[in-house]
Design a protein around this ligand. Structure first.
Ligand SMILES: *Cc1c(COP(=O)(O)O)cnc(C)c1O
Length: 365
């Protein structure tokens, strides 16, 4: 049985809490998926989505979870060359697995979970030549580490013919992402993270270079071929039936996001990171042995992964918080026992986060 929580108490690192007005929008009656009404709605959605991604290019709306667009990125972005996959946690590792599952020759560059990749070393590795694409996870949700996306994009751009494919599922709408200014080739997100929508939609922007590559790529399959998707998008249509109810929710949520402003939204997320990190430092100064997993300067504004002291386990702390009316994330995969994760993303408010941290302090002492 789901427990009844007061609003604002659901801090999973995805899915995130959804505002009641956004939930309610999904109850509107259906409209046909061919016709004026849906075209008008898709056009309005483009205006808001462009402001979220800071782009003038069309924003792809996919009826799939984010993993679908991760697969689309390697199916369209690789045409015979190799893939370099930057791996520093569970989701970046999934990206490498997807590249391999799609039959691409994939070089995995792993660093310890929690750390990030050095752009200068990326430059050297790409210097070997032969790569079509780099895959990376901007904000690694399993560890709370934030890659320096702007620097990695600028290094990748120096290598002709190499596309940067970015999983920014817990980045976009929570962390700074400037699609056009940073000339990103393919940047994708999902609905149920910092956008604070129900799960089921994914969004991406593809650069002209990405679309040129897609024209050369073979074995793209059918559903995730970007060229027909883009062609429909230009006419504010979709190749197959979209998740109409989720589009209603998206429309309401985009209005809410625009009312706040995208940069203000990034600032609110940065303030939630700061509040969490400062609280951890205060706990440490009182003798607690908790710690932030990701190093200073590389911490995601949307998620903090906290290492627990000897003798405490992730599932036990999560259960104790649940008893007190707060939902937080457990550690992911190999970090399950040794860490917990707070998803301070979406529409959360730093003040309510402060109450959560107060309760966490009682549970941990
Ligand atoms: C949640 C998440 C995904 C997977 O998203 P789905 O919508 O479940 O497919 C991929 N990458 C990152 C960084 C995530 O946080």
């Amino acid at each position: 049985m789901p427990i009844d929580l007061p609003p604002g108490h659901f801090f999973l690192p995805g899915p995130t809490e959804v505002h009641p007005d956004v939930l309610a929008a999904q109850a509107r009656p259906m409209i046909g998926h061919r016709g004026r009404a849906i075209e008008a709605m898709l056009a309005r959605l483009q205006d808001g989505l462009k402001q979220v991604f800071l782009t003038e290019q069309p924003v792809i709306v996919s009826t799939s979870s984010a993993t679908g667009l991760m697969e689309a990125s390697v199916r369209n972005g690789v045409a015979g060359g190799r893939v370099l996959s930057l791996v520093n946690g569970a989701f970046s590792s999934r990206f490498a697995e997807i590249a391999m599952a799609c039959g691409h020759d994939t070089e995995v560059w792993s660093v310890d979970w929690g750390l990030v990749h050095d752009p200068a070393e990326l430059d050297a590795r790409l210097g070997q030549g032969g790569f079509d694409a780099v895959t990376m996870t901007h904000s690694e949700t399993s560890t709370g580490a934030l890659q320096d996306l702007e620097a990695i994009a600028s290094v990748t751009r120096r290598h002709e013919g190499v596309l940067l494919l970015i999983d920014s599922v817990t980045g976009v709408a929570g962390a700074e992402v400037r699609t056009d200014d940073w000339a990103l080739d393919f940047v994708l997100t999902g609905s149920q993270k910092a956008l604070a929508l129900p799960p089921g939609l994914a969004f991406a922007v593809a650069s002209p270079a990405m679309l040129d590559r897609s024209a050369q790529a073979t074995n793209k399959g059918y559903y995730f071929d970007l060229l027909p998707l883009m062609k429909s998008l230009e006419a504010f249509q979709t190749p197959s039936t979209p998740a109409i109810s989720l589009l209603y929710a998206l429309e309401v949520q985009l209005e809410r996001i625009m009312a706040e402003g995208i940069e203000q939204r990034w600032e609110r997320h940065a303030a939630m990171r700061l509040a969490t990190v400062e609280w951890i430092e205060a706990m440490r100064s009182e003798g607690s042995e908790i710690a932030v997993l990701a190093p200073e300067g590389h911490r995601s504004p949307t998620i903090t992964c906290i290492s627990l002291p000897e003798g405490r386990s992730g599932p036990e702390v999560v259960a104790a918080m649940r008893e007190r009316g707060w939902i937080i994330g457990g550690g992911y995969s190999r970090l399950k026992e040794s860490t917990i994760r707070i998803g301070h993303m979406g529409d959360h408010d730093p003040q309510v986060l402060g109450q959560l941290l107060g309760t966490l302090g009682e549970v941990l002492s």
